[in-house]
Design a protein around this ligand. Structure first.
Ligand code: 6R9
Length: 645
């Protein structure tokens, strides 16, 4: 690690919402007087009935549960829209930048967004959607995605967004798991000049599920898609048929707001459930303080709404704060690697929030694409999704930010709802590669493999020892799995699945996942999911998948495959299998390397020794450790000899 320190710029220390003294005082209070602190923060939301209760959570098995502000009543869409109408109805809520730089951007005011949300809420009602029902959204990056999210919250329906890059199979699995009757999609999406066949994927998914009876289709490209009579409706048609009067449904603080499927180390992706008040407070407070958002600022989170980052920092956090949020339809490097910075100039973006993988890809193209733009509007830079290597950090700071802009490297997870460990730009000196310090109310600890708490400078597994408002509440349909996955490893704590180092200054350095989750371009992929897809193929007997370091993606996917008797390990089959995984899960799961092997390294009890597979995939074959417990140690030589590089 390095000892480079970037002090807080004087102007930031003087003017930021949170300076060093305020951070120290508020952090201490958030732990010592949790109820007082959080009931006060809760006043930043607009309540129908304000809460008198704050944290009632327990991580212990006997009385396990996560609960915040339980006696409060509110509505999320009213917080994101209605309460702003009197003061900022004509202010732009969403700036939409289309895929093609030649197409016209859209500017949608709070008043316009409110009207569309009310209309779509009435459409959902007319389709029979009631409070508590699940609505699947399979949409490209268009304003209608935000409209659909907020329309669900207006009537108390629970949205489940499925990223547009997921396959029909993956979509079908998610529709079935939460028993969703209705899907909102688009004819096609547009990304980097290419069309994404969303409606066709929904049609294919519909063949695999039994619960679906309505599909609403936004026309984006105007592509010719078959419409099934009685089931499929064009968005424009149904929107024109309803009124724009729809009062917000009063919701209990702990009513589910949305579910979002995410990969874990075992089994199928799980539906992470977030609830109404705690999540909204967490998304809005972190957005306000970590990005030091000011009235009038243009905020750009360049994630997809299909991931939690898009939920919290394109839609809920910014809109709850009355911000102007930029939504970008396309990809960072199209038509040229200057696009991101051109969009910054075009819309005078003040804060930008990106994944390290995008930075590394752009950095590789050289500085000239950055230098040809001004970026004078930028005040602050953010990163999320994976550890940022100090080289990319410095490039972001020096070249993109011209040394003027603090970087907030925000560590958090789908499960946490929003930022957990992150610098405050006016309070925290920065160290490239460190997510630095905990947010208010967050109590991180490091434990060793036995669960012993490590003090001071140390390296171990990252756990959180008390609840925070934005914490997930359950796994959809499987509360036991929620407990088992996160609270059984180190009893009494929430286990993040991440390894972490804490230095002598108390700064946290996330080192990456310690479970069988790999982080590909900032997206989580369970190795078990890729393995299940591979063994579904009739040629495959067994598969083991591990991550390996990848220059751009952070981690790549390395698959070891044993074939059924009689199958030939040809290049053609290799390509077929790579394509197969792509079809089964989606492009983000495409293996970067696939090695055929006559056997996998297993212990005598039949457990695959992934440690060895990881080392070989990394190309680090000199330190394989003890292989004597393997049932057949000779497989290792074969694995090394036939390594794919
Ligand atoms: C928000 C999001 C969560 C996992 C997490 C960790 C990694 C996220 C990070 C980071 C280092 C950061 N991660 N932010 N690692 N530094 N600033 O990404 O959610 O998709 O659920 O992924 O991503 O490994 O456990 P999610």
């Amino acid at each position: 690690m390095n000892d480079e320190i970037y002090p807080v710029p004087t102007s930031w220390a003087q003017e930021a919402k949170i300076d060093a003294a305020r951070y120290a005082a508020d952090y201490a209070r958030s732990l010592s007087d949790s109820s007082g602190y959080w009931l006060e923060q809760a006043k930043t939301l607009n309540w129908i009935t304000p809460p008198t209760l704050a944290d009632e959570s327990s991580f212990a098995e006997a009385d396990f549960g996560v609960r915040w502000f339980a006696d409060g009543v509110l509505n999320v869409s009213a917080n994101c829209l209605d309460r702003h109408l009197a003061t900022r109805g004509d202010q732009v809520a969403i700036i939409w930048e289309p895929d093609s730089p030649d197409a016209a951007p859209r500017h949608i005011t709070y008043a316009e967004l409110h009207a569309d949300v009310c209309r779509l809420a009435n459409v959902l009602k007319a389709q029979g959607v009631r409070k508590g029902d699940r609505v699947t959204l399979y949409l490209p990056m268009i304003p209608e995605a935000a409209v659909a999210m907020l329309a669900c919250t207006r009537i108390g329906a629970i949205h489940s967004i499925v990223f547009g890059g997921f396959s029909p199979d993956a979509l079908a699995g998610r529709i079935t798991d939460c028993d969703s009757r209705i899907v909102i999609t688009a004819d096609e999406g547009r990304r980097g000049g290419k069309a994404v066949p969303l409606k066709a994927n929904v049609d294919a998914a519909a063949e695999l599920v039994t619960c679906l009876d309505a599909v609403i289709v936004v026309q984006v490209t105007g592509g010719d898609v078959p419409m099934k009579t009685g089931r499929d409706h064009y968005y424009a048609d149904v929107m024109a048929a309803v009124s724009l009067d729809c009062p917000p449904e009063p919701m209990s603080a702990e009513d589910p707001l949305f579910l979002l499927y995410t990969s874990g180390s075992t089994g199928k992706p799980k539906g992470v459930v977030h609830t109404t008040a705690g999540y909204l407070l967490w998304a809005s407070l972190t957005h306000n303080l970590v990005f030091d958002y000011r009235d009038g600022d243009i905020f750009w989170c360049a994630a997809d709404v299909g991931w939690v980052t898009g939920h919290s920092y394109i839609v809920y956090g910014p809109l709850a704060n009355g911000a102007t949020t930029l939504m970008y339809e396309g990809v960072p490097n199209w038509p040229t690697p200057a696009r991101i910075w051109e969009v910054v100039d075009k819309h005078k973006v003040n804060q930008i929030y990106l994944a390290p993988t995008a930075l590394r890809a752009l950095m590789r193209e050289g500085d000239s694409f950055v230098m040809q733009t001004s970026r004078a509007s930028l005040k602050l830079l953010g990163t999320v999704g994976e550890p940022i290597n100090p080289e990319a950090w410095r490039w972001y700071h020096e070249v993109v930010g011209q040394g003027r802009c603090p970087i907030v490297d925000t560590w958090w997870q789908t499960e946490t709802g929003g930022h957990m460990i992150s610098p405050f730009p006016g309070a925290t000196a920065l160290k490239p590669g460190s997510a630095t310090v905990p947010f208010f109310g967050v109590e991180p600890k490091l434990v060793d493999a036995d669960g012993k708490i490590l003090e001071g400078a140390a390296e171990g597994n990252l756990v959180i020892t008390r609840s925070w408002p934005g914490q997930m509440r359950t796994v959809w349909g499987d509360h036991e799995r929620f407990f088992q996955t996160y609270f059984s490893t180190y009893p009494g704590t929430y286990f993040t699945g991440d390894g972490c180092r804490r230095d002598g200054d108390g700064y946290y350095w996330i080192t990456g996942r310690v479970d069988d989750v790999i982080n590909v371009s900032g997206h989580r992929m369970g190795t078990a999911e890729v393995e299940s897809a591979l063994v579904l193929h009739r040629s495959v007997a067994e598969a083991a998948v591990v991550g390996f370091p990848h220059d751009i993606k952070g981690q790549g996917i390395y698959a070891y495959v044993t074939l059924n008797v009689g199958e030939e390990p040809t290049d053609e089959l290799r390509q077929k299998l790579v394509k197969w995984v792509r079809m089964e899960i989606g492009p983000i799961a495409t293996p970067d390397a696939l090695q055929f092997t006559p056997g996998l390294p297993k212990t005598r009890s039949g457990k695959i020794m992934r440690r060895i597979l990881r080392k070989i995939a990394e190309g680090d074959v000199s330190s394989l450790g003890d292989t004597s417990t393997l049932a057949d140690p000779s497989v290792v030589d074969d694995l090394i000899a036939n390594r794919v590089s």
